[in-house]
Write a protein that binds this ligand. Structure first.
Ligand code: ZN
Length: 328
């Protein structure tokens, strides 16, 4: 639909959107899932994984300039609450979500607060700029503790799982298991990280496979990216004592756990991962890309003009695609 040009406040910039990726949460919004509907502020323009060129800046903007290419950190912190003041703005008490609670980037132009702009280094493509945000979520989940030299099991090979696998290998994980029931996604994981050990839980006993391949010990790190309750439980079953689990995938309801056997007696460490550390994770992503050992662009499988959004969402939802990008 036609809407007014976004109004740019003194601390905002206006971007001309170049590319925006479809996130799982956008699909949840399309279907009015209860979780998303409890936080969304309709009517609102959705789309938050984006890259754009700055075409206008507010009068108090100092760091970002016209012509800069930026990526958006969609968690807008207030800067004044307990978490913001103690170095954890990603957990801000007054967090506002770009593209969910205020207008986002499935549009030609978008307003972005300067504090949420990540200036792209020279040589970054629009496509890469559009997927830095989900790469960041994956990197935060992988790197919340050191991963080099560790054995790692990644549950779910959707785009976030793909990024976790690529990042884990590039950051020096010793052994990476990729678990996924859709064969096409396992093939994608193989393309991104040849040394990943592919496991299809539909065709093999994944817990047994991983335990056997780790001298009966299990893995040091499990990273759950599927949100599936069975996978959540398997993440603990394949975990070594004193191992750690990162949860990134969002389950649709309550999940039952064997707290005694899987966490207490194992002395497991459990991390919930929501978003990225601002801006530590973004720097980690930049360093990761600088290594040249990780090419996330292979995770982008489809590109559509924004007008074909229905086709694009349908495809993203089917679970065979990687990242799907829309261009205004
Ligand atoms: Zn805050």
């Amino acid at each position: 639909m036609d809407v007014e040009m976004p109004a740019v406040g003194p601390e905002d910039v206006l971007i001309k959107v170049k590319a925006t990726a479809i996130c799982g949460s956008d699909i949840h919004i399309l279907h009015s899932s209860p979780g998303e509907m409890s936080i969304i502020n309709p009517p609102v323009i959705v789309g938050h994984e984006t890259c754009g060129e700055v075409v206008e800046i507010g009068e108090q903007v100092t760091k970002i300039k016209k012509g800069d290419l930026i990526s958006v950190e969609p968690h807008i912190p207030c800067g004044r609450c307990y978490y913001c003041e103690t170095g954890a703005p990603h957990n801000c008490q007054n967090l506002v979500l770009f593209g969910i609670q205020v207008d986002g980037a499935f549009a030609e132009y978008a307003r972005v607060p300067e504090i949420c702009c990540w200036k792209l280094p020279k040589g970054y493509s629009y496509d890469l700029g559009a997927i830095l945000e989900p790469i960041g979520a994956a990197v935060h989940g992988a790197m919340v503790e050191d991963i080099n030299g560790k054995s790692v099991a990644v549950f779910g090979c959707g785009p976030i799982g793909q990024f976790v696998i690529g990042a884990a290998v590039a950051f020096g994980a010793a052994k990476v298991f990729a678990l996924e029931i859709i064969p096409g996604r396992l093939a994608m994981a193989h393309q991104l990280a040849h040394k990943a050990i592919l496991v299809n839980p539909k065709e093999q006993d994944s817990v047994k496979t991983i335990i056997e391949a780790t001298d009966g010990l299990g893995v040091d790190v499990a990273i759950e990216c599927s949100g599936d309750s069975e996978a959540v439980n398997q993440a603990f079953k394949v975990l070594k004592h004193e191992g750690r689990v990162s949860f990134i995938g969002i389950p649709t309801g309550l999940v039952e756990l064997d707290l005694q056997m899987d966490i207490i007696r194992k002395e497991a460490r459990v991390y919930g991962i929501y978003g990225r550390l601002i801006w530590q994770t973004w720097w980690q992503v930049r360093n990761l890309l600088d290594t040249g050992n990780f090419d996330p662009l292979s995770v982008i499988t489809h590109r559509f003009p924004l007008a074909d959004y229905e086709k694009a969402f349908e495809l993203a939802e089917r679970g065979e695609a990687g990242k799907v990008l829309l261009y205004p």
